[in-house]
Design a protein around this ligand. Structure first.
Ligand SMILES: [Zn+2]
Length: 403
């Protein structure tokens, strides 16, 4: 039996009485997952997921409605957490905040799509209403100027507070109407009219006047399948996004001592300064590594003809550690292992060509013993994420390089 859809004629109805036609268990309770039931009512104000708009949530008696499904045969199935007695009459209550948000986004979409269509003959191919963002896919690419004009035009319609009406027409009547898009199905059609602006066949829920949309804003767009995907927000979502961006912007400009208008240029300048500092630091580290390497060589231990140098070094990053190990390994006979004095530790193994040691194999052995990852060549290998204190790492490396 087809469910009578109360939202078709009144999208503002939040409570209703519905007779339970059937209630079927969908799944038995399992570990951590409660049971769920599919409830069919004679009439319902719950909107089922369809046409790009998500379902309503709310309650049926004591049961919570977790999903609402649009069946091909015209029935609306309510997925609930409790069984309801067939034949009984239950009070249904729609979660209005969620429903109204969907009404604002959905009606805003009609107006925005119509604006692109009227101004640029750029058709909307599809619409997506998500929990976080909404988007329309337009047939052709858009420019920033197009988007600004279409959003301006759409908001003009919003602020003129035009009536949004619903009527049902036959297939023959529909054929004579200037619908924005070819209807996807035949039979009786539900037509939504934004006065003197848009005429669309649609089964969704809409505000009664465009003023209810509040405001329409485009948050971004990109090329998509030969056309463009435009992300937008309406009404309450614009207000919440404004608060989010206001706080983010306030925190950012406070840290950088810039006005919002100076932000992009200021960040670019800071990035440039940061790169210059990194280059200067690298040069200084390399210079320092040369001096430190001299001291390391002096503290090395002779094992036969090999000079074994193993230490944990504070305050050096991976590049600094590598530069120092490479500098120490220029000493004839040197076999070097350096660690950062952090946990987990960075490791660099290097050797002079005549030291008779495979740096890659030594690093592999260290990683095998202490975890982490890394690799390299026989003359130089690097790794990171080694778990173990500096003393244990130094002892193990000394042993490996003395073999
Ligand atoms: Zn619609």
């Amino acid at each position: 039996m087809k469910t009578e859809r109360l939202y078709y004629s009144d999208a503002y109805r939040t409570t209703f009485e519905g007779r339970v036609v059937a209630c079927v268990a969908r799944s038995a309770p399992a570990a951590g997952i409660p049971a769920s039931y599919a409830v069919e009512l004679a009439a319902s104000a719950f909107y089922p997921t369809s046409g790009g708009q998500p379902f309503d949530t709310g309650t049926l008696g004591d049961a919570r409605v977790q999903d609402v499904i649009d069946e091909d045969d015209g029935r609306v199935l309510h997925v609930t957490d409790r069984a309801l007695e067939p034949g009984s009459v239950v009070t249904g209550t729609i979660d209005w905040a969620r429903r109204f948000d969907h009404m604002q986004q959905h009606t805003g979409q009609h107006v925005l799509s119509a604006a692109f269509d009227r101004l640029f003959s750029n058709r909307t191919e599809s619409f997506h209403l998500g929990a976080e963002s909404c988007s329309i896919d337009l047939a052709r690419e858009v420019s920033a100027a197009d988007v600004a004009r279409a959003v301006d035009e759409a908001n003009r319609i919003v602020w003129e507070d035009r009536p949004v009406s619903v009527r049902f027409v036959s297939e023959q009547e529909a054929a004579a109407l200037p619908l924005r898009k070819e209807p996807a199905r035949g039979g009786t059609l539900r037509v939504i009219e934004v006065a003197d602006f848009d005429l669309s066949a649609c089964g969704g829920t809409h505000v009664a006047r465009t003023g209810g949309i509040g405001i329409i804003a485009a948050s971004g767009w990109e090329k998509f399948r030969g056309g463009s995907r435009l992300h937008f927000l309406c009404g309450g979502r614009v207000r919440r996004r404004f608060d989010l961006w206001r706080d983010a912007l306030a925190a950012t400009v406070k840290h950088l001592s810039l006005t919002p208008e100076e932000l992009a240029e200021g960040i670019e300048r800071l990035q440039g300064e940061n790169k210059a500092l990194q280059r200067a630091l690298r040069a200084a580290q390399e210079k320092l590594a040369g001096y430190e390497a001299r001291a390391l060589v002096d503290r090395g231990t002779r094992v036969g003809s090999r000079l074994v140098i193993v230490e944990a070094v504070a305050d050096l990053d991976a590049a600094g550690l590598k530069a120092m190990a490479a500098a120490a390994a220029s000493e004839p006979g040197a076999a070097v292992a350096l660690f950062s004095a952090t946990s987990p530790a960075l490791a660099v193994v290097a050797r002079h060509a005549n030291a008779g040691v495979d740096a890659g194999a030594v690093l592999k052995a260290l990683v095998g013993q202490f975890g982490g990852k890394g690799g390299g060549r026989p003359d130089l290998a690097q790794g990171g994420g080694l778990q173990g204190d500096s003393a244990a790492l130094v002892t193990a490396a000394r042993e490996l390089l003395s073999q």
